[in-house]
Each structure stands twice: as C-alpha cells, then as structure tokens.
Design a protein around this ligand. Structure first.
Ligand SMILES: C[S@@+](CC[C@H](N)C(=O)[O-])C[C@H]1O[C@@H](n2cnc3c(N)ncnc32)[C@H](O)[C@@H]1O
Length: 245
C-alpha cells in the first residue's frame, strides 16, 4: 500500500468519522498497518475495494474507527503538568476525570501524586477501548510505561513486577465510554483530556466537546490538554493547563 494512496484514503474517510486527518499525520503508519490487516482479513485487493466495502457495509465504519485509535501513553507523561497540579490543585477532596485514559496510566499517576501528598480523591477514567479498560482494572504495566515516574514514587506505588499496589488503586474507577456520545456528569476539579479530542477530532466536534467539558468543571477547576493542544473556549494558564474563558 503506497503512503500517498493511504493518505488520500484517510482524507476521504476521516471526516466521515468526525476525525481530523492532520492529527494523524505522524501516527498514520500504525493506522496503515491495521487497515492493511483488515483488508487482508476481508480478502479484498486493496484500498479501492475497501472504500467500496465501506460504502456498502455501513457497520464497517466502526471497525475502521477502532483502527484509528492511538493509545500511546505512559505514567507521568509531561512532567510539567504534574508539577503544576502538585502545587495548584487545592480542593479538599479532588474529583478527577481522565478522558481517554488508555490502560489507566494517567488516572493512576494522579492517584499516586495525591496519595503521596496525603490528599483525598476520587478519580474516574473513561475510554472507548474495552481492552484498555480491562488492563486499567488489572493495573500491571511493563517497565517502559513507568520509566518517567520519579523513582521514589515508583518504589512507593508499585510492586517489583510492575503491578500497582492495592492502596493506590483504591479511589480510582473506570468506565467504557465514547466521549463523542457520553460523559460523566461531574462536577470535577480536574479533567484530563490529553492527546485525544484536541488532536484527533474534527473541529466542530472539538467545539461541542469543549463546551460540555466546561460544563463539567467545578468553579476554579482545571482542564488539562496535551502540551501542544488548544481547547476552544478555554484560556491557557500554562502549556497544557486551561480554565473556561
Ligand atoms: C493517545 S491516548 C492518550 C492517553 C492519555 N490521555 C495521554 O495523554 O497519555 C488516546 C486514548 O483515547 C482513547 N480514545 C480514542 N477515541 C476515544 C473516544 N471517542 N472516546 C473515549 N476515548 C477514546 C484511546 O483508546 C486511547 O486510549
């Protein structure tokens, strides 16, 4: 499959799924491998036939949508965010939501930070990928996903084989949810919505989700987006840190 053909295919298909082609520019190799596998599974000859297949089999769109999910993450991703939260989260009991939580790396990083600071919290992680949610409940990780964590945090929170200790799992729960269709009610003192909506989704959907996120924030609450993302309708306090405008 030639890259230029695959790019043309993505530019045709992505708007139909509410996705934004530009967000996938750097990670398209991953998506291309999955689509090539799917084409082989269906015994089709290539992208042209797959396009026709999508036109005549509407249920295939959800398969393609799943193939477009990017799940790159790790504990303590973007250290500056966590340092900001350590000094600025002031609620007596922090209510946090990680939207697009992958296998729990982000909500558990928050739990570790708050627990080690002696704070009370309840944290929800949501993701549309059932396999990731299953992994999140299990809370066992390969060494690579722990590598950015401060060593003292890693030692305090993890068993030697990479499983999170039970006391750090308490207070964190997970739900299978597609953020385009549903959202927890809140209110939240902190919403982490990083490297998902504001990179991969079409602009009209970004706007609509941003306004729903704002309505879920408690007064003084923070929205955390990716370091290079902007959230429409929010003002930026620091890289990745936002409050409703
Ligand atoms: C690139 S990861 C980001 C993980 C974490 N937020 C971070 O920044 O490190 C994106 C996550 O969003 C999830 N996701 C993709 N589409 C979604 C949707 N429509 N609703 C909820 N989660 C979604 C993916 O399954 C994946 O786990």
């Amino acid at each position: 499959m030639r890259d230029e053909d695959f790019v043309a295919f993505l530019q045709w298909a992505m708007p139909q799924m509410g996705l934004r082609w530009a967000g996938f520019r750097k990670v398209r190799g991953q998506v291309r491998k999955r689509v090539a596998r799917r084409i082989a599974e269906l015994s089709l000859t290539g992208l042209e036939e797959y396009r026709d297949w999508l036109k005549t089999h509407p249920e295939e769109w959800s398969v393609l949508d799943a193939a477009c999910r990017i799940s790159i993450t790790r504990f303590y991703r973007d250290r500056a965010i966590w340092q900001f939260l350590e000094s600025h989260l002031r609620a007596p009991e922090v209510r946090g939501w990680s939207a697009g939580c992958a296998a729990g790396e982000e909500p558990y990083t928050l739990a570790i930070l708050l627990r080690l600071a002696g704070r009370r919290y309840s944290i929800l992680g949501t993701d549309t990928d059932a396999h990731q949610i299953e992994r999140a409940w299990k809370a066992c990780y390969p060494a690579g996903s722990l590598r950015d964590l401060p060593p003292a945090w890693r030692e305090a929170a993890f068993e030697p084989k990479g499983c999170l200790r039970a006391e750090f799992r308490a207070g964190v729960r997970f739900l299978l949810q597609d953020i385009r269709r549903e959202m927890p009610e809140g209110p939240f003192d902190l919403i982490l919505c990083r490297n998902l909506v504001f990179t991969y989704f079409a602009e009209d959907i970004q706007l609509e989700i941003a306004s729903r996120l704002a309505s879920r924030l408690a007064p003084g609450g923070f929205l955390v987006a990716g370091m290079h993302e902007t959230a429409p309708g929010f003002k930026r306090l620091a890289p990745g840190i936002f409050q409703p405008a």
